[in-house]
Ligand binder design. Structure first.
Ligand code: FPP
Length: 244
């Protein structure tokens, strides 16, 4: 049996890994400011860290990783910051497409991507199309995503299908099938770095029974070792789902 050891001596039990980890990649701005750098530099380092953490998830055998890259509320940020985040995503997708056959990571996008630039939409479509046949790890990038927006869209679509006689009466399972995360198990572990203790409109429906892990470490410093620490903490939790 493979055991993943942490430097501190703790270890991850590979037979009880979270199937799905969701992360709010928070703290990029503060990371840069503390170094006297523009916030946008923090997003660049944050994007690199996303790569490192996603690779580590793949190596550990995590099945699903969902990251919050841009929320429906993030448009309120300065124009240059929004542009930098979109450019980083373009760069990331461009590179991801280039090495997709080697990496074999399935990628999905959660959120209203119809309002994004044509270039980004083309990259998203290509990424999803090429990676659809890959099995194993799946990375979901939440982009122009909001949990409330997702629920409203699901309600509207269900109502339309019901009125057209195409939907049966509602159950939790049937409702889940109208969400961006249709067919994907709910996150077992939600990680929010940077010392904030909020969900910020992230996966509101899906996190009903998730375990939460908070740390003061800022996202650019949340390296694979920190992920191991979060998983080890998760493995000590007693998940009762409302039972005893
Ligand atoms: C939150 O930190 C971070 C964001 C809103 C953007 C996250 C985007 C990336 C990491 C880059 C692109 C992503 C991928 C998947 C390539 P913050 O700016 O709110 O930090 P602060 O709270 O310190 O101000």
């Amino acid at each position: 049996m493979r055991i993943f050891r942490r430097k501190e001596g703790g270890r991850i039990d590979p037979s009880r890994l979270p199937r799905h980890i969701a992360i709010v990649m928070d703290g990029n701005g503060r990371w840069a400011r503390r170094r006297g750098l523009p916030r946008t530099v923090g997003h660049g380092v944050g994007a690199e860290n996303f790569r490192a953490v996603a690779t580590h998830c793949k190596e550990l055998g995590i099945e699903y990783l969902t990251v919050y890259a841009f929320s429906t509320e993030n448009w309120k940020r300065p124009v240059d910051e929004v542009e930098t985040i979109m450019e980083l995503l373009e760069k990331y997708l461009h590179e991801a497409i280039g090495k997709m056959e080697k990496d074999r990571v399935k990628m999905k996008f959660f959120g209203n991507t119809t309002v994004l630039t044509e270039k980004l939409r083309r990259l998203i479509a290509k990424t999803e199309e090429i990676s659809a046949r890959f099995e194993g790890v799946q990375v979901n990038i939440c982009l122009n995503y909001g949990g409330r927006d997702e629920i409203l869209r699901a309600v509207a679509q269900y109502a339309e299908d019901y009125a057209a006689g195409k939907a049966e009466s509602l159950t939790e399972k049937r409702f889940s099938d109208y969400l961006f995360s249709a067919g994907i198990p709910d996150p077992d572990l939600v990680i929010r770095p940077s010392g904030e203790y909020r969900l910020s409109n992230f996966l509101l429906w899906q996190t009903a029974y998730s375990e939460f892990y908070f740390t003061d470490i800022l996202w650019p410093d949340f390296d694979p070792k920190e992920l191991d620490r979060a998983i080890t903490a998760f493995q000590k939790r007693d998940r009762r789902y409302g039972g005893v």
